[in-house]
Design a protein around this ligand. Structure first.
Ligand SMILES: C[S@@+](CC[C@H](N)C(=O)[O-])C[C@H]1O[C@@H](n2cnc3c(N)ncnc32)[C@H](O)[C@@H]1O
Length: 271
């Protein structure tokens, strides 16, 4: 579904990013799921386009300007950054639930020209496994900084898994690393006092087999408790204003945020 939205955003007259693989990778099933979600939550295409565009820019900043040589994509799904933002000497690690990763790798095998070796594939179930241990076992260097992108995953985990994973990242990564993830607000996660449209969206995502389990209106206390000491949070209206140049109330970006976290205040040049 996310891939289908990336394919659509690639066709915008002035695209925020181009993903040449997304159309084929999404398949008709991906497009159908996205079209059904459109009926419940029309701004989804914009939300995902902004999320992808912002995180792409963060990857480019990290590897081109800040000499980061390891990019970790946690809960990678059908992410294509390893193919889209390749750099000499930069290693991509795609960490995902074994079932999702196996499905992706099967699809990639049928995608002519896709550089499957651009990423190192690492399986991990965040509900019960340690991502740092799993990464280290495949050649990830914990003594070197990394950019960790945890995109579209946190809402689908239990709070215990979010805390356990974030705690391991804070303790196990080189302190010069940066973690970026998106999260939703508490109301959407708990289903309390939502509008009809938001209830329908939440229910539909649950029907797809990945119910929303975790949300927060204030991510800083959680990240502080997990060991992070530098936190920034952005909301999607801020991203829309910056990347699309306008504010539209009916985009309904009320519950979506992106957090950046590090255990040390980052060097000058971080966003
Ligand atoms: C909505 S997809 C997002 C995929 C991708 N990051 C993107 O933005 O396109 C959610 C991802 O979270 C992963 N995920 C969900 N629960 C997980 C768990 N317990 N352990 C590891 N990965 C999990 C899924 O396998 C899937 O890849």
């Amino acid at each position: 579904m996310v891939c289908a939205y990336r394919a659509r955003a690639t066709r915008w007259p002035t695209p925020l990013f181009v993903d040449p693989w997304a159309e084929a990778l999404a398949g008709t099933d991906g497009h159908e799921i996205a079209e059904r979600l459109d009926q419940r939550f029309p701004p989804m295409e914009h939300w995902l386009a902004l999320r992808v565009a912002y995180l792409d820019r963060l990857v480019a900043l990290a590897v081109d300007r800040l000499s980061i040589r390891q990019v970790v994509i946690l809960g990678a799904g059908y992410d294509t950054r390893a193919a889209r933002i390749p750099r000499a000497g930069v290693r991509y690690f795609e960490v995902d639930h074994p079932a999702t990763q196996a499905a992706k790798r099967e699809r990639l095998a049928g995608l002519a020209g896709y550089p499957v070796d651009a990423a190192t594939y690492v399986t991990c179930n965040f509900e019960r496994e340690d991502p740092i241990e799993r990464l280290a076992a495949t050649g990830f260097d914990t003594a070197e900084p990394a950019l960790v992108i945890w995109e579209g995953v946190v809402p689908y985990l239990t709070e215990a898994a979010v805390r356990a994973t974030a705690t391991r990242l804070a303790a196990g990564l080189d302190p010069r690393s940066l973690v970026a993830f998106d999260f939703v607000g508490k109301k959407l996660a708990t289903g309390q006092s939502l509008s009809g449209a938001d209830q329908q969206t939440r229910a539909y995502v649950g029907e797809l087999g990945e119910p929303i389990q975790f949300g927060t209106d204030d991510v800083l206390p959680l990240l502080a408790a997990c060991g992070f000491r530098w936190v920034r949070s952005l909301d999607f209206n801020e991203l829309a204003l910056e990347l699309l140049g306008d504010y539209q109330r009916d985009r309904q970006f009320r519950f979506q945020h992106i957090a950046l976290a590090a255990v040390k205040p980052p060097v000058a040049g971080w966003p």
